[in-house]
Design a protein around this ligand. Structure first.
Ligand code: GBH
Length: 457
């Protein structure tokens, strides 16, 4: 039996480029993902977000589905290039108007919005000026943040600036499997540092517009678990990986520091981008911290060769066996619900009263189940994933971790970035030929948990 606080928030999440489609409508400017998708060999099957789930037109149907599921909250993202086609300067009213309609209908359905300002679809015009590698991004992002809260802050009360800055920096600029597709560790550290500054600048800009909103980061986090903690090489690798993915943003935001182990390892590849006053500016009080959790990373023994650049560990000069163990999801990701519990308890222990409330802003899995002869979508493995991870959340809460809500990823199957439409994370199935939506068994299961506040998990 699991127990959740009475006011625990049950939601689901999506992002703009992954579902909206209508990529060239109503004056929307190009984003770096439009460009990336059209670059040969970058996205599976040559898939693009041009149409995606056609949510731009079908949002009323999607909100009706959310209502049927009993969702209390919905995390979505704004497409920056819909509202500022050039990234800054001239506004596109039709883009703002779309989000007015979406937000108004959510509220009418009794669903609380949590809005991300940046879920990876950077205006191409800003990429042309250097994107996240150019420090100017901090001011552009603050300007955009001000406009968003001026327009929507009367109705949206929870905002997060950047989704998964680690991914922006390292998948976008380190191994280049995400837009803008750069492979350069120096560029990745610059982008990482600028996301830290942009987070702080955005937070201040939004609060200057309204005092009644809550803001916080959304960080992708995981534990890095050594097979043998007595093996010095493994312990070192685990510490570096943890500093890269978790502590870089947590330490910067909470204490205005970067992990010493990174400074020792990478020297001026990291420090050359830090200017006087930056670290004080990085520290910002957050109303919540959003955590996206999928799985823990295994740190195995040293392979004794030259690491490959195109793997994450190779990028960090870690030459280790990371092959996951046990059953895998369609992403090739292992199952480690205990990792979610450990992480949530860890932050509570480490930061104590300084830790703001936590939300699980993403958690979910890809399995390919489609409609059967009976027309239903039976996805027992997804139910199992959600069940075990929600149990982990409840265990963490029982140990004092201040988790206040859970947003399942994802409401619907959608455009899974470099992997295109092949990987299905939804609790709602989408037929991308016909745009027909079918609530999966996991969706009905989730509806029942929401109804019972998780008491039968
Ligand atoms: C999230 O990213 C995204 O926010 C969301 O848009 C996406 O659809 C969803 O997850 C599912 O992928 O395997 O070497 O990249 C999750 C990104 C995935 C980043 C796991 C860290 C582990 C290292 N995370 N990844 S690697």
């Amino acid at each position: 039996m699991a127990t959740f606080p009475k006011d625990f928030i049950w939601g689901a999440a999506t992002s703009s480029y992954q579902i909206e489609g209508a990529a060239f409508e109503d004056g929307r400017g190009a984003s770096i993902w439009d460009t990336f998708c059209k670059t040969a060999g970058k996205v599976a099957n040559g898939d693009t977000g041009d149409v995606a789930n056609d949510h731009y037109h079908r949002y009323p149907e999607d909100i009706a589905i959310m209502k049927e599921l009993g969702l209390q909250a919905y995390r979505f993202s704004f497409a920056w290039p819909r509202m500022f086609p050039q990234g800054s300067g001239a506004k596109e009213e039709r883009g703002f108007a779309f989000y007015d309609r979406l937000i108004d209908e959510l509220l009418e359905a009794g669903i609380e919005p949590l809005a991300t300002l940046y879920h990876w679809d950077l205006p191409q015009a800003l990429q042309d000026k250097g994107g996240w590698v150019n420090r100017d991004i901090v001011n552009y992002f603050a300007e955009y943040s001000t406009a968003v809260v001026e327009r929507f802050g009367d109705r949206v009360k929870k905002f997060s600036p950047i989704n998964e800055p680690w991914v922006v920096a390292w998948l976008g600029h380190g191994i280049g499997i995400h837009a803008p597709g750069i492979l350069d560790r120096r560029a990745a550290f610059a982008a990482a540092h600028h996301t830290v500054l942009a987070h702080a600048a955005s937070t201040h800009a939004m609060r200057a517009v309204r005092g009644d909103i809550l803001t916080g980061p959304v960080l992708n986090q995981a534990n890095h678990v050594a097979d043998d903690t007595n093996d010095a090489a493994q312990a070192h690798a685990a510490a570096i990986a943890d500093a890269h993915q978790n502590r870089f943003w947590m330490d910067a935001i909470m204490y205005g520091t970067y992990p010493q182990i990174l400074i020792d390892n990478y020297g001026d590849e990291l420090t050359s981008v830090i200017k006087d006053g930056d670290m004080q500016a990085a520290m910002v009080k957050n109303d919540f911290i959003g955590i996206n959790y999928y799985f823990d990373n295994r740190i195995g023994k040293s392979l004794g060769g030259k690491p490959e650049w195109h793997s994450i560990s190779g990028l960090f000069d870690l030459d280790i066996d990371e092959t996951p163990r046990g059953p895998l999801t369609d992403m090739g990701w292992p199952l480690s619900p205990e990792g979610l519990e450990n992480l949530l308890v860890r932050w509570h222990k480490e930061h104590g009263d300084k830790l703001p409330p936590l939300f699980i802003t993403e958690n979910g899995c890809a399995y390919g189940d489609g409609p059967g002869a009976d027309g239903a979508v039976h996805d027992p493995k997804r139910i199992d994933y959600l069940q075990t991870h929600l149990k982990a959340v409840s265990n963490a809460i029982a140990q004092g971790s201040p988790v206040k809500g859970y947003y399942q990823w994802s409401l619907m199957d959608n455009f899974e970035w470099a992997l295109g439409y092949e990987k299905r994370f939804g609790i709602v199935h989408v037929d991308f030929e016909t745009q027909k939506r079918i609530i999966k068994d996991s969706g009905y299961w989730y509806r029942d948990q929401i109804k019972n506040n998780g008491s039968t998990i």
